[in-house]
Ligand binder design. Sequence first.
Ligand SMILES: NC(=O)c1ccc[n+]([C@@H]2O[C@H](COP(=O)([O-])OP(=O)(O)OC[C@H]3O[C@@H](n4cnc5c(N)ncnc54)[C@H](OP(=O)(O)O)[C@@H]3O)[C@@H](O)[C@H]2O)c1
Length: 272
Amino acid sequence: MTILVTGARGTVSAGLLRHLAGTGADVRIASSAPRPDQSLLDLHDPATFSAALEGVSQVFLYTNAATAADFACAAAAAGVRHVVLLSSNAVTTVADPDVNPMAAPFSAAETALSAGPVPVTVLRPGSFASNARQWVYGIRAERAVDLPYPDARVDAVDEADVAEVAYRALTDPGLWGATLDLTGPDAVSLVEQIRILAAVLGEEIGVNRVTREQWKRSVNRYMTSEYADALLDYWRALEIHPAPVSTAVATVTGRPATGFRTWVERNVGMFR
Ligand SMILES: NC(=O)c1ccc[n+]([C@@H]2O[C@H](COP(=O)([O-])OP(=O)(O)OC[C@H]3O[C@@H](n4cnc5c(N)ncnc54)[C@H](OP(=O)(O)O)[C@@H]3O)[C@@H](O)[C@H]2O)c1
């Protein structure tokens, strides 16, 4: 009953591995850049799938749309009984999810995996609370953050909550085949997130309202112009209608979803 955890270097997989440690579960840890005690599984390279999947009964899988169909075939051939896919709730929160770059890879991967014979539990997190990391440079360098849509109310989910739900999905057969929208307990505006960060840090943090073009120029090394436009459109929409909030984290874990303030208190070191 080996559980294969892909993406060993990722935040969610690291949290999941902490939950699995000490449970007695037989865990195989895989990465595209494995350490000596880990297995090679490069989601860009289907040739790496069958060896990583040998003897595996369940998989925690990061999304790769281009190879999802190959992965579904390889998992079925290996006798895998259940896959937990880390997707995104963008597939339901943006318009035209099959073409919108925030959603299309997840939509395609969900479709490809669901078309295979292996049951899939789909985790659809909202905006990770850790997206706040993008503000570290501005906070450290200028005590200010540039925001194009400061009043966008996002569903900030703690990635540790996502990891705990992944653990429950692997260990509770009652969740097999479920689709779970994972959000924080409430929708918090980006400017309110900055206020919370400032309060926990005990320092002032300014907010500069910037234009879409200014913001796009500041991120052009990290994302395509199409992706930046999709994200800007998403935030613009969230200034009018806050991101929907789900109760799935509480239902699955039996405790409330972690709020943004608690996430900051646990992770404040990264902002100093
Ligand atoms: N940020 C958000 O707001 C948000 C919202 C919804 C969904 N998501 C999705 O959540 C995922 C990010 O999760 P995270 O924060 O845990 O990851 P992360 O810390 O950003 O690390 C990236 C992950 O991708 C894996 N990866 C990259 N290339 C790979 C490859 N060729 N083969 C296998 N694995 C590969 C890495 O594993 P190795 O390097 O070990 O191979 C690592 O686990 C992404 O799919 C993202 O789109 C994010």
